[in-house]
Design a protein around this ligand. Structure first.
Ligand code: DU
Ligand code: SF4
Length: 255
């Protein structure tokens, strides 16, 4: 069970007929400025550090961005804005992200999305979100040892991540915490019972062997307006605002 194995399964997924049709249609039609590109036109894996302390959770691949380049947030204005900030805050080796082989390396941070195929109008349906959720759940699970902070870009990702975490046994309050720019919510998860351990301790979370259980795991969600042009061109999200969120994330992650 590795991230590479998860990605290998993910890129073969065709579970959402509407999104499969759209990701391939966009690749056939193309955008004039990219007419010489071979579009990826498949599900897009998470990208970056496999031992990340910070996970950035977006919405879904952009039709002519990640759906073209095959790398999350790569090849469009959203990615330009995001990676410039990731670089300014010391988490990337370069400020630009143009293609999957451009040499970009992320350190301490990873970028992903709750829906992995480009949706029409950037709007996945609730069913599509639900269907794709297990890929995010699995990714979070595989990062479990290291990830401390989730920077969540927009309300869609916020709701999707909270659902995923609730399913994985995190204590997510009801009613669910609301998305806002600057929202900060720390969730706890009790350590899972030791695999194959003496299951004689009865119910509850007490370790059966008297104190060798791992400490509770925590994950802090930081809300941030999405890096889409709707927000960045209008000044609703400024570079400084995003830098501040990423610096806060670094702090919380101990990076
Ligand atoms: O081939 P690989 O070392 O598993 O890396 C896959 C992919 O992730 C590559 O494009 C570099 C990127 N990456 C990164 O950004 N930061 C890391 O710490 C490790 C890999
Ligand atoms: Fe599969 Fe997710 Fe793409 Fe749906 S959105 S086809 S579940 S990868």
């Amino acid at each position: 069970p590795t991230l590479a194995a998860l990605d290998a399964r993910l890129v073969e997924c065709r579970a959402c007929p509407r999104l499969v049709a759209w990701r391939e249609h966009v690749a056939d039609v193309k955008r004039a400025s990219f007419r010489d590109d071979d579009y990826w036109a498949r599900p897009v894996p998470g990208f970056g550090d496999e031992r990340a302390g910070i996970l950035v959770v977006g919405l879904a691949p952009a039709a002519h961005g990640a759906n073209r380049t095959g790398r999350m947030f790569t090849g469009d204005r959203s990615g330009d804005f995001l990676f410039a900030s990731v670089h300014r805050t010391g988490l990337a080796n370069q400020a630009t992200s143009v293609s999957a082989d451009d040499g970009l390396l992320l350190t301490g941070i990873r970028v992903t999305a709750p829906v992995r195929c480009a949706p029409p109008d950037n709007k996945p349906t609730p069913e599509e979100r639900h269907r794709c959720g297990p890929y995010l759940a699995r990714e979070v699970e595989l990062l479990g040892d290291t990830v401390r902070v989730a920077v969540v870009l927009g309300g869609f990702g916020w709701q999707a991540l909270l659902s995923t975490l609730a399913e994985q046994g995190w204590d997510v309050p009801r009613p669910r915490p609301r998305f806002a720019h600057g929202a900060e919510v720390t969730l706890l998860r009790a350590a899972p019972p030791p695999a194959g351990g003496a299951a004689t301790g009865g119910p509850g979370r007490e370790p059966a062997d008297g104190g060798h259980a791992a400490p509770e795991q925590t994950l802090t969600l930081l809300g941030c307006f999405h890096v889409s042009q709707q927000n960045t061109f209008t000044g609703r999200l400024t570079p400084q605002m995003l830098d501040d969120v990423l610096l806060r994330a670094r702090d919380l992650a101990g990076l």
